[in-house]
Write a protein that binds this ligand. Structure first.
Ligand code: FES
Length: 192
């Protein structure tokens, strides 16, 4: 397999002199401070909050986070460029994530990835021209027994085959989850 460079480290230009983060967003980030020995340690949740609020983490947002956490902006950029999860450019309405780890690969993830690229006409960390979909691959999504696995926003698609991709993309409800969001992350009530 040939190496392919993906430009996901050149953030969207956003050099505004005005801070981007609202006071409400800063408050959400500050709420994490007591959980950690240093403000710096709250960097990952801070970036999650920024991305969830604004869709991506721009240059300006990185500077605001750095100021809030009292660290150099370069440390924020270092962290963002390490994790594929963070987007430094605006994303489409839906983000497709295909697992690229071993169990899913054995179940045909490479072909699923090719099918998504072909049907969307984009490469990784790119967005379709209509702004509908962005696409990325990530390591294990934690549901290996259902490979090949694909997320559309937070909706998990299991046992995806390359030929399923056009049908999944055509379904307007392909990102809809049918349980309350809290249950996705807090486990089923009553479980030990
Ligand atoms: S290897 Fe794909 S979800 Fe774990």
């Amino acid at each position: 397999m040939a190496w392919r460079a993906i430009d996901r480290q050149t953030p969207a230009r956003d050099d505004s002199d005005q801070p981007l983060l609202s006071e409400a967003v800063k408050e959400k980030i500050r709420a994490f401070f007591p959980r950690y020995p240093t403000k710096r340690a709250a960097l990952l949740p801070a970036l999650h909050i920024v991305q969830e609020t604004y869709g991506h983490v721009s240059h300006r947002a990185m500077r605001d986070v750095a100021e809030l956490l009292e660290i150099p902006p370069s440390q924020v950029l270092d962290t963002i460029s390490f994790y594929t999860h963070y987007w430094t450019k605006p994303r489409g309405k839906k983000t497709i994530v295909v697992c690229r780890s071993l169990s899913c690969q054995l179940m045909g993830a490479d072909e699923v990835i090719d099918s998504v690229r072909k049907h969307l006409g984009v490469e990784e960390h790119e967005t379709t021209a209509d702004g509908e979909y962005s696409f990325v691959t990530e390591e294990c999504l934690g549901t290996c027994e259902h490979g090949a696995c694909m997320l559309i926003n937070e909706k998990l698609h299991k046992r995806v085959k390359p030929e399923d991709v056009p049908k999944i993309l055509a379904d307007p409800n392909n990102a809809r989850i049918d349980v309350p969001r809290s249950e996705l992350y807090d486990g089923v009530k009553g479980e030990a």
